[in-house]
Design a protein around this ligand. Structure first.
Ligand SMILES: *Cc1c(COP(=O)(O)O)cnc(C)c1O
Length: 413
C-alpha cells in the first residue's frame, strides 16, 4: 500500500489547514453543546502572522479533541477533518511500516505505557468475554529486560505477570525458559497468557523473537495473544532490519505499540497503539454514551495536534528520507562500537540498534555522569547506556571516547 509519500512543506500545510477547516470553528459557528473551545485567547496568540505558515501550532490553538478511536467508522463529527489525518497515520504505521495487510484499528495514545496497557486490557477482556476466564487464570509473560509498563499494566489490571530471564551476554530469551515458566504457571491454574515481545528494549535495544513465545505457548496448548512493545524501536528497527518478524506480517502478532515521542522526535503524548480488526471492541466503554462513536481507548479526551505532529514528521521525510536518517544513526553507532572495541571495552549492542550499553566496570562513574549516560539501576549500576539520537554527533561521542582513553591510561600506569 503506497500510502506514505514525501510531501512538500506547502502540501503539508495545505492538507492540515484543509483538515482544520473541516473541524468546527468555535468563532464562526454556533457550537454551544460541548465543554471545549479554542485555546484561551488571552494567553495564546490567535492571530500572529507566523501562524499562517505553522500548521502544528495552528492545530494546537484550534485544540481539536480526538477522543475515542477513529478507525471504527464513527467518531465526534466536530473534529472530523483532523481525525481523518490520524486515520491516515494509523494506516501508514500498521500497513506500510509494520507490513500489515487489510485494515487495522488504532489511535494516538498518551505514550507507550498507555498503548501497552491498552493491549493488555483488550486481551484480558477478550479472555473473560470469549473464554469465560477468571482474571486469576490470566498471566502476562515478558522478558526481564522489558519496560516497567508491563508491570504497571499487571498492577492496574490486577493480573499475574511472569518475567522470563534473559541471557546476560546476548540479552535474549530461550524457548526452554519460556516453556518452563508456562509449565510452572499452569500448575498454579493459569490458562490464558498475554506475551509481550520487545522490539528494542529501553536499556539494551535488545530484540525478542516473538515466535519464541508463540511456539512455546502453542506447544503448551494454552489460549494466548501476543503483543509487540515497539515503544522504543518502532520507528527504528523496521528500517534498520526490514526482514524482522516483529510486525503484522507475522500472523501470531495481534497488536503493536510505537512511540513517536522517542525516535521520531514528536512532542510528548504520541504513543501509537495498533491492533488487528475485531479486537479493540473488547475495550469499549458502552457507558461513554455522550461521545459520538463511544470510546474504545484508555485515555478519553486527547489532543488532535499530537496526531498532526506525527503525520507531519512522516510526510516531511517520506519513507526514503526516514530510512536515510536511521542509516546515519546506525553509522554513528557503528563508529562508537569500533572505538569501544579498540579500547577492549565490554558492551552490548543489538545488530540494527542505536543503543550501546557498556558494562559499568568498563567506564568510570565520572565519565558516565559527564556524558549523561543512563544506568540500569541508580543504586548499583551494572550497565550504562548511550543512545545515539539525532543530537548525538560523532564529535560528542569522540569527546567521550577520548576521556575513556585517558581513564584507561591512568588505570594501566
Ligand atoms: C519508553 C518505553 C515505554 C513507555 O513509553 P512511555 O512513552 O514513556 O509511556 C514502553 N516500552 C518501551 C520498550 C520503552 O522504551
Amino acid at each position: 500500500m503506497a500510502n506514505w509519500k514525501k510531501l512538500s512543506q506547502e502540501a503539508i500545510r495545505d492538507r492540515v489547514f484543509n483538515a482544520l477547516n473541516q473541524n468546527v470553528n468555535y468563532y464562526s459557528e454556533k457550537i454551544i453543546g460541548i465543554p471545549a473551545s479554542h485555546l484561551d485567547d488571552k494567553v495564546f496568540y490567535q492571530d500572529a502572522p507566523f501562524l499562517a505558515n505553522a500548521p502544528f501550532l495552528s492545530t494546537l490553538i484550534h485544540n481539536p479533541n480526538h477522543i475515542g478511536c477513529h478507525t471504527l467508522g464513527k467518531s465526534e463529527s466536530f473534529f472530523k477533518g483532523t481525525q481523518e489525518i490520524e486515520k491516515e497515520l494509523i494506516n501508514i504505521c500498521s500497513n506500510t511500516i509494520l507490513k500489515g495487510d487489510g485494515e487495522f484499528d488504532g489511535y494516538v495514545a498518551s505514550g507507550g505505557t498507555e498503548a501497552n496497557l491498552q493491549a493488555i486490557w483488550v486481551y484480558r477482556n477478550y479472555f473473560i468475554q470469549e473464554h469465560g476466564a477468571d482474571i486469576r487464570e490470566i498471566s502476562i509473560l515478558c522478558s526481564s529486560d522489558s519496560h516497567y509498563s508491563s508491570s504497571k499494566a499487571a498492577n492496574v489490571l490486577n493480573l499475574d505477570i511472569a518475567y522470563i530471564p534473559v541471557d546476560n551476554e546476548s540479552r535474549s530469551i530461550d524457548i526452554n525458559e519460556v516453556k518452563k515458566v508456562i509449565d510452572q504457571k499452569k500448575t498454579t491454574g493459569k490458562k490464558y497468557f498475554i506475551a509481550v515481545a520487545n522490539m528494542m528494549t529501553t536499556m539494551f535495544g535488545s530484540v525478542d523473537d516473538p515466535n519464541t513465545y508463540i511456539q512455546a505457548l502453542d506447544s503448551a496448548g494454552v489460549v494466548f495473544k501476543a503483543h509487540v512493545d515497539g515503544a522504543y524501536g518502532g520507528f527504528f528497527y523496521p528500517f534498520s532490519t526490514p526482514d524482522t518478524n516483529l510486525n503484522f506480517s507475522n500472523p501470531g502478532v495481534s497488536s503493536i505499540t510505537l512511540d513517536a515521542h522517542k525516535m521520531l522526535q514528536a512532542p510528548y503524548g504520541t504513543g501509537i497503539f495498533l491492533i488487528r480488526k475485531d479486537l479493540i471492541s473488547y475495550a469499549n466503554t458502552k457507558e461513554a454514551s455522550y461521545v459520538e462513536g463511544e470510546d474504545f481507548t484508555l485515555i478519553g479526551s486527547r489532543s488532535g495536534a499530537n496526531a498532526i505532529a506525527v503525520w507531519m514528521i512522516l510526510m516531511t521525510y517520506g519513507p526514503h528520507g526516514w530510512y536515510e536518517k536511521i542509516l546515519v544513526l546506525q553509522n554513528r553507532t557503528d563508529w562508537l562500537c569500533t572505538q569501544l572495541d579498540e579500547l577492549k571495552v565490554a558492551y552490548f549492542r543489538q545488530p540494527g540498534s542505536n543503543i550501546v550499553t557498556i558494562k559499568s566496570e568498563n567506564i568510570s562513574k565520572e565519565i558516565a555522569e559527564r556524558y549523561g549516560l543512563v544506568p540500569d539501576n541508580h543504586h548499583d549500576p551494572r550497565w550504562y547506556k548511550a543512545v545515539i539520537m539525532d543530537h548525538v554527533t560523532i564529535e560528542k561521542l569522540e569527546a567521550m571516547v577520548l576521556d575513556m582513553h585517558k581513564m584507561y591510561k591512568f588505570s594501566v600506569s
